[in-house]
Design a protein around this ligand. Sequence first.
Ligand code: SAH
Ligand code: AVI
Length: 316
Amino acid sequence: MTSTCAARRTRDQFRADVLAGLSRPQKRLPSKYFYDAAGSQLFDRITELPEYYPTRTELAVMREHAAAMAARCGPRCLLVELGAGSLVKVRLLLDELVAPAGYVPVDVSGEHLRGAARELAADYPGLGVHPVVADFTRPFELPPVPAARRVVYFPGSTIGNFDPAEADDLLGRVARLVGPGGGLLLGIDLRKDTAVLEPAYNDARGVTAAFNRNLLVRINRELGADFDPAAFRHRAFYNHERSRIEMHLVSAAEQRVQMGGATFVFRAGESIHTENSYKYAPAEFAQRAAACGLRADATWTDANGFFAVMHLTAVP
Ligand code: SAH
Ligand code: AVI
């Protein structure tokens, strides 16, 4: 009963966000809606693409420095992972943590999260695994697990999918969630040559294009719209001024889309802005985090300076 109510609230919010986003002069859709079960699987395929450097680079940084990262987290910590996805990277950390009090993966993609959590729990029999299906930009309950310290693990540069003001809100929320002395272990994608950045979001096999168009497939299925996904072209480019990759779906022709009682008109070439992926410099990021109550005390990066993992401590 409760879960049916929760599912209806989530659906109503999805409908409201889509209607509001498509009514703006520059049409927009929030990127968190990419992740239904199919979207999570497409994202997993993206992480294996030769052009998509972030996942393999972050994994390499984690592999090299997992022991130092675990030492920063400290013994008997409660590890809370935001945007946990397939729970791949966390295994490197769990292998090094001393007597973790528990692990709480948080994700909006419920079916995918529950499946991944079952597999992880089977592989780590002594560990308390408590998956939470929630939108981490809203308040959510943590299981009451006693721990020496709370640490939020937020890999993948998912923080980069938030505009700077939203990222600041999220950092403040994390600081409150872990409390003074608690930690944040954060992955951020760094600024680099456009020749590396743009192919990562325009892969030759078209997996990122399918990931982008899946948003329209989901809107059709869950909200009864009549988008023709094939009539929208995937476009991704680096916006230098804003230091971000932008992803759009560009209408190939003039067309109308119905959803409920609403009609949305698209001009040929008009786009829906579906995602931003901000790229940072570590020092600049540390400065913004400090203003949100988190002091950066360790940074690990790869030899190319493509990706950084930072540990930050919440200050009173
Ligand atoms: N952490 C993984 C996955 C990154 S993909 C990695 O590093 O590879 C981004 C993940 O964040 C997806 O699993 C998506 O479902 C989740 N996500 C995005 N926005 C979210 C939100 N607002 N609340 C909860 N989960 C979210
Ligand atoms: C999850 N997030 C950090 C990915 C990114 O790189 O911004 C999502 C993604 N979008 C297209 N490819 C990957």
